[in-house]
Ligand binder design. Structure first.
Ligand code: FE2
Ligand code: FE2
Length: 166
C-alpha cells in the first residue's frame, strides 16, 4: 500500500469513530467512554505517524506543512475539551460534532491537496513510505509505551482546569 492509501484508510477509521461517538445517546455512558478512549488512541497514533514519517517526507513537495501542523494542534485542543467532559454532559455531542468538523476538514485537505503533492515522490518511495507507516502504526498500537503515553495524557487532561472566564 502506498503512503497516501495507508493514511486514507486510517482517516476512515477516525471519521467512523467520530460518527459513532456523535450518534451515542447521553444514557450510553459506557459505550461513549470506550469510543472516546479508542478515538484518543487512534488519533495519537495517526498524529504520531504523520509527524514522525509522512510530513518530513513531503516537506519539499508540499507547501501545506505548517497549516497541517496548526490543524493537528487545533484537533488536539478540541480533543482535550472532549476528554475533560463528563460523558453524560448534554454538551458532549455538540463538542464531538465540532471536533468531527475540524477533523473532516483536515483529512479532506490532506486527501485532496497534500496527497496529490506527495505523488511527486514517485511510486517506489510512496510504497516504501507506506510500509514504514504501517509498521509504525502497528508497533504503536501494540506498544506499552504508547499505552503509557495515553494513560498519562488522559490523566493530565482530566487534571487541567478548563480555560475560560472565572
Ligand atoms: Fe494530519
Ligand atoms: Fe491524516
Amino acid at each position: 500500500m502506498k503512503a497516501d492509501e495507508v493514511l486514507t484508510a486510517h482517516h476512515d477509521v477516525l471519521r467512523g469513530l467520530l460518527r459513532d461517538l456523535a450518534e451515542t445517546t447521553d444514557a450510553e455512558t459506557e459505550r461513549r467512554r470506550q469510543l472516546r478512549d479508542e478515538l484518543l488512541r487512534q488519533l495519537e497514533i495517526h498524529t504520531q505517524i504523520e509527524d514522525e514519517l509522512f510530513y518530513p517526507a513531503v516537506r519539499n513537495v508540499s507547501p501545506l506543512l505548517s497549516l497541517a501542523h496548526a490543524e493537528h494542534r487545533q484537533i488536539d485542543d478540541q480533543l482535550a475539551t472532549v476528554m475533560r467532559m463528563a460523558v453524560d454532559d448534554p454538551e458532549f455531542v455538540p463538542e464531538v460534532r465540532m471536533l468531527e468538523k475540524t477533523l473532516r476538514h483536515h483529512t479532506m485537505e490532506e486527501e485532496q491537496r497534500m496527497f496529490p503533492h506527495s505523488h511527486a515522490l514517485g511510486e517506489d518511495r510512496l510504497e516504501e513510505l507506506g510500509e514504514q507507516l504501517r509498521a509504525r502504526q502497528h508497533e504503536l498500537a501494540r506498544s506499552g509505551g504508547m499505552r503509557l503515553i495515553i494513560r498519562l495524557k488522559r490523566a493530565t487532561l482530566r487534571l487541567t482546569p478548563t480555560a475560560g472566564p472565572s
